[in-house]
Design a protein around this ligand. Sequence first.
Ligand code: ADP
Ligand code: MG
Length: 491
Amino acid sequence: MFKYVSLLNYSMEIYDKYEIVIGLEVHVQLNTKTKIFAGDEADFGAAPNTHISPITLGLPGVLPKLNKAVLEKAIKLGIALNCTINEENHFARKNYFYADLPKGYQISQDALPICVGGYVEIIVQNVAKKIALTRIHMEEDAGKNNHELDENFSLIDLNRAGVPLLEVVSEPDIRSSDEAYAYVTELRKLVRYLDICDGNMEEGSMRCDANVSVRLRGETTYRNRVEVKNMNSIRNVKRAIDVEVKRQIDLYEAGATIEQETRSFNQVDATSFTLRTKENAQDYRYFPEPDLPPVIIHPQTIQDIRNAMPALPKEIQAQLHVNYHLSDYDAYLLSEEKDISAYFFQLIQHTSNYKAAANWINNEIKSYLNESHLTFTQLPVTTLQLAEIIQLVDDNIVSSSGAKSIFKVMCEGDNSSAIAIAEKLNFIQSNNEDELNTWIEQAFAKFPDKILEYRNGKKGNLNLFIGEVMKLSRGSADPKKLTTLLLEKLG
Ligand code: ADP
Ligand code: MG
């Protein structure tokens, strides 16, 4: 399903000696209205440094206050990922100096985060696997430095400072770049379903750091890991891992060692470079945040959030399989996005041909949306229109290719009914026997020798006659009826 060709040739003996070990740290930027500890708007694209209250700037004497919406979204994600929610959890100061961090520390969580445990379930090559989670914690984002806009100065926009993040940390359970790809894809799907983050890695609202190490198969301890940063798409997470794995194996094979370090991935040429090594690793000197009380969550609050949760992709997939008899694969594709499954459920209000409904969505609609860079909610074809098309095909009134043409016309904005379009554009199939027979006679008259060949065993000639009648009828002959008639006449 995922078309990216690995840089690593895993069948090569050298690489096969090694096992890949990956742990991912994913930052999920929450789509709350306001920041995590201040009333400033959390949205992006505003003029630089316009959403920067004294709290965001950490001016002396101000007090942060936790945004309830952040807590709720954290609990939602924790429930969706089967985590244990810590009914008491604490904020901590992570101290470091950087120009985009006006306070000199980031408010995060350390020893007692909001969620611990849990897992992300992935499917790779038809095998399901649970990737264990270490923790999920709440924290604030830093501002943004810009080194390009001005020739002489670096510019700082602090609008992003204080925007809420959830950091999802996995155990080093991931064993290939394909698993990492599936993991991030699954996580993105979930945050979108839960409507807590738009999941756009390209725009930085979901960011993934990959911790990568390799070891000889059979080894029981992990080797030093390298953290790779700055991948702006799920595909690039996979590429960065492939490149890093190859780099490490090549080094081990050359007799070198790997030191723990942080590297930055360059997606243009698929290389990476050192950002910092262990020697200059930061010591964050975490300590309890004195300005925020412990977070105490009542069990009833968790229960209320659980009760109000939307159906998750897994449940929808199961429902599609059990109630509508769709294959696991069809059901999986339909549950990829909330808008897709919603469209399906609306569509089957108007048709009971579930398989056709699934096929239209997973094939025609998805490729149309892909080509035209539209999202599901922007699809111009209503579920009622599509159901009409399905009915016309089921009733043998239009052919499947005619149906696709009708669909295209609807995509271009024609909102008439399917039958009206079919009539206007001559897509109504003829299953009128007299008419079909006339075309068959014409076809026979054109290729009398092909009839003889057919009778002498060249059964493939049937297709030639079908094609000929289709041409004569300009596509309007009902293929089923036509085939029956032809078989009769050819004997
Ligand atoms: P830190 O606190 O420095 O970020 P952690 O021990 O919390 O380090 O690990 C961060 C991430 O690195 C986690 O996702 C973890 O699974 C992963 N990780 C830890 N050790 C290894 C290793 N040897 N190889 C690959 N990933 C690792
Ligand atoms: Mg880390």
